[in-house]
Design a protein around this ligand. Sequence first.
Ligand SMILES: [Fe+2]
Ligand SMILES: [Fe+2]
Length: 149
Amino acid sequence: MSSRVDSSPWRLEWSDALSVGIPEIDVEHQRFIGLVNELNEAIIGRLDLAVIKNRMQSILEDAAAHFAHEEELFREWGYPEASEHAMKHAQITLALHGIMTRFERGGMEYEWIEAGLKVKEALIEHLLAEDMKYRDYAQRTGLGRVNPA
Ligand SMILES: [Fe+2]
Ligand SMILES: [Fe+2]
């Protein structure tokens, strides 16, 4: 059964397995993970809705800047999957805005918990499924500032 560490289902922890080998992007992903953890802490800790919305707003802003940064790198690299990847960014952005709207409507506590988990899942799935594709591409082609092995 799961451990009783109180934060475990909600927290994301950074690990080397999440590294895309590009330090400036890793830093952004780490910050993003921190923001998602803070959002979920606010939800689980039953902080004011204003705090939750604030933290969600930070995630929206951070995501927009981060996605734009990745897409800029794709242009520099001539990354062949750039448009598919940008489409995924657009889908996540839409989903995140939908979640923000749910917070703005207030709603029930269980809905916030579900929404917080959705934010976490969207982030981690995107990192593992999509961002890892450009990690492989950058390593294969020598593009990006890849960490020494
Ligand atoms: Fe990313
Ligand atoms: Fe991405």
